[in-house]
Write a new protein. Structure first.
Length: 303
């Protein structure tokens, strides 16, 4: 057992897989909200969480799970006193930073060493499996690379053949393009000459038509101008006669208006004179009436 304990102690210094296995649990967001306790066992350390409503049993279970212990053990506080009750566990979790230690016997050390050995065997098996998978993948990659090289060689040959075919086709196309260019130049020159001749003939015909239309329009305009001048002279004579007749009528109306104005002025003057005489008569009668009223008032007073 002493030899096994030394072997385990050597392995504890080189490998800390138990402590690292417990770290991801404490690094989760839920664990950050819980109080964490640092627990050490023979150079190995692990972080465990403890809820406020949990006690010493929950703490023992988490420590046993962190280190893989299956035998009884004691948890010792920083003061060196073992944690035996739920109150001890609550006081340990209430402090900000705590480092607890595990006090276990040789059976616990043997369990821990056995767990280390099993973990090492599992790691070696996993490593062998990874190496075998890598070899398989490398062989597949080598096959794929050789297949790719073969395909690349085939594609290079095809590309070379296509390039030669394109060069041949390009030469043929260049010759055809040169021939078509010459034909196009000849046809363009011929078409240009025909178009110029057609344009010249059309221009001469259009000029002749324009001259004929201009002559016809000029003759028609001259005839229309002569007719308009005669009509204008007739209209002017008629308007002169109408103007003389209108002037005579206007003079007659003016004389009648003047006579009417003179008659009305005379009648207005007579009316003014009659109004003045009537006013005098009214004033005289009013005076007589006043005198009569005064006489009657004096007569009444005398009676």
């Amino acid at each position: 057992r002493a030899g096994a304990g030394l072997t385990w102690h050597a392995q504890c210094r080189s490998q800390r897989h138990m402590a690292t296995a417990a770290v991801p649990m404490s690094d989760s967001p839920l664990a950050r909200e819980r109080p964490e306790l640092q627990v050490r066992l023979c150079g190995s350390s692990a972080k465990v969480t403890l809820q406020p409503d949990e006690g010493i049993d929950a703490l023992r279970a988490r420590v046993a799970g962190a280190f893989g212990l299956t035998v009884p053990f004691d948890i010792v506080g920083p003061e060196g006193t073992p944690l035996c009750t739920d109150d001890d566990a609550a006081r340990a979790s209430a402090k900000a930073v705590q480092e607890l230690s595990v006090n276990a016997g040789e059976d616990a050390l043997l369990d821990l060493e056995r767990a280390q050995q099993e973990s090492g065997a599992l790691r070696w098996a996993l490593l062998r499996q990874i190496i075998a998978d890598m070899r398989t993948k490398m062989a597949e990659m080598a096959i794929a690379i050789s297949e790719g090289q073969r395909r690349s060689a085939v594609l290079d040959q095809q590309l070379l053949g296509e390039r030669n075919a394109r060069e041949a086709v390009g030469g043929i196309l260049k010759a055809e393009i040169a021939e078509l260019r010459e034909q196009l130049a000849l046809e363009s020159h011929k078409t240009r000459q025909e178009a110029q001749a057609a344009v010249s003939a059309a221009s001469a015909e259009a000029v002749a038509r324009i001259e004929a239309v201009a002559a016809a329009q000029s003759s028609a305009l001259q005839q229309a101008e002569t007719g308009l001048r005669e009509a204008l002279q007739t209209e002017s004579s008629s308007r002169h006669r109408e103007a003389d007749e209108t002037l005579r009528c206007f003079q007659e109306v003016r004389a009648m208006v003047a006579a009417e104005a003179e008659l009305r002025s005379k009648a207005l003057k007579d009316a003014e004179e009659a109004r003045a005489a009537l006013s005098k008569d009214i004033a005289a009668r009013s005076e007589e009436h006043s005198k009569l009223e005064a006489g009657m008032a004096d007569a009444d007073a005398a009676l």
